[in-house]
Design a protein around this ligand. Structure first.
Ligand SMILES: [Zn+2]
Length: 388
């Protein structure tokens, strides 16, 4: 059998030529379905619905029935291209210029998916068509928007079939400057709220007959920023509360307003849950209020808790594969925003490793073709070690 049945670049170009801006699939999952079916995978296309959201197409494919079970996860949907006239090359043509593959999704994350599929097909071709265990692909079309009909439901669907995963590699663009510099082993959680201070409206000339919420909310903002939420952990930076706007909505200069509101977001580590943080912040607000200030916090629902995959045999194996191909020793990082790994972590240990993220979501999103080859070799090395 050929050692490389299908080139990574060809798969990436076929995916990029499907304009799969969330919630559209535009044929992207079909590209994977054909390749995986032909390689002997049991392929399922599953559509999920939720009132008020678009129906979303998803794909789950597995080869093998025994443990260990390694899953490659990802998303074929992409963010909109923005001003298409500003692109140097068509956002949905999958063109290569000067060794760079252009297109929306080139790094986030159709390129990463192409690398994992090519690596798996190559591994199977070299091993009689069957892994010593199971390999699966968990691919959604709903990551970049509300993410309610994607990975979170597909994981439930797989669990209801009685299937379990042992480990998962999510191919999001984890690297900062160069391929092999960063593995994401966890993410901080995210929680948003609004601090509301109620005063008493009145004329500025008669402040004793009013209660001004403006200095009061300023005092509470200072108080909440004065005490750290924690000191960080061995794998996470300290949790951080950041105020993002203060609003009074008062057009007049001679009226003391009735209410002031301040929005904030907290990025938190695994010392906290959303619930424990809410209790902590509300207690600190009440302490700062004393008996005088009337304040409360309105919370937005959060589905993004903090999680970490502790360094160990699995991360060591990925680090070794990266070092062998690139010579780099990756940093194990927990920074950045959220991803579907926050759902996968409830089912099995998950790490994120993909392409270099510099151009993701930007005009002229692109990846060096050489990086596609390198990432394919790294995933190939992961498979070799995992099933050794
Ligand atoms: Zn992504």
């Amino acid at each position: 059998m050929p050692s490389n049945p299908i080139a990574t670049l060809t798969i990436a170009q076929d995916l990029l030529r499907c304009p799969s801006v969330t919630p559209a699939d535009a044929g992207a999952l079909g590209v994977l379905q054909r390749l995986l079916h032909d390689a002997g995978f049991d392929v399922h296309r599953v559509t999920f619905s939720e009132p008020g959201t678009a129906d979303i197409d998803n794909l789950y494919a597995r080869i093998g029935t025994s443990a260990p079970h390694l899953c490659f996860a990802g998303h074929t949907d992409v963010v909109p291209p923005g001003d298409q006239a500003a692109w140097s090359h068509d956002a949905f043509a999958g063109e290569v210029h000067d060794g760079l593959l252009y297109g929306r999704g080139a790094v986030d994350m159709k390129g990463g998916i192409a690398c994992s599929v090519a690596a798996v097909l190559d591994y199977l071709a070299a091993n009689g068509g069957q892994p010593k265990g199971s390999i699966s692909f968990l691919i959604t079309g709903d990551e970049e928007d509300v993410a309610v009909n994607g990975t979170v439901k597909l994981l439930q669907w797989v669990a209801e079939r009685g299937e379990t995963f042992d480990h998962c590699v999510l191919g999001e663009p984890s690297n900062v400057e160069a391929l092999g510099d960063t593995i994401k082993i966890g993410r901080r959680g995210s929680l948003s709220g609004t601090l509301v201070v109620d005063g008493v409206q009145g004329h500025v000339a008669y402040p004793h007959r009013a209660s001004n919420p403006v200095p009061d909310i300023a005092a509470l903002i200072v108080a909440l920023g004065a005490e750290p939420l924690d000191a960080g952990t061995d794998t996470f930076q300290p949790s951080n509360l950041e105020f993002t706007s203060v609003d009074v909505g008062n057009p007049a200069t001679n009226v003391i307003p009735a209410q002031a509101r301040a929005k904030f977001n907290i990025r938190f580590n695994d010392r906290h849950s959303a619930e424990s943080l809410q209790a902590l912040i509300e207690a600190r607000v009440q302490t700062a209020c004393g008996n005088r200030i009337r304040a409360r916090v309105e919370w937005l629902p959060s589905n993004a808790g903090a999680f970490v995959t502790r360094p160990g045999a699995f991360t060591d194996l990925v680090v070794a594969a990266i070092a062998e191909v690139t010579g780099r020793s990756p940093e194990l990082n927990t920074g950045g925003g959220t991803s579907d790994a926050r759902f996968i972590t409830h089912y099995c240990p998950v790490i994120e490793f993909g392409l270099v993220g510099q151009t993701m979501h930007k005009i002229d999103e692109r990846t060096p073709v050489a990086d596609l080859e390198t990432l394919t070799q790294i995933y190939r090395g992961v498979l070799q070690r995992y099933f050794a």
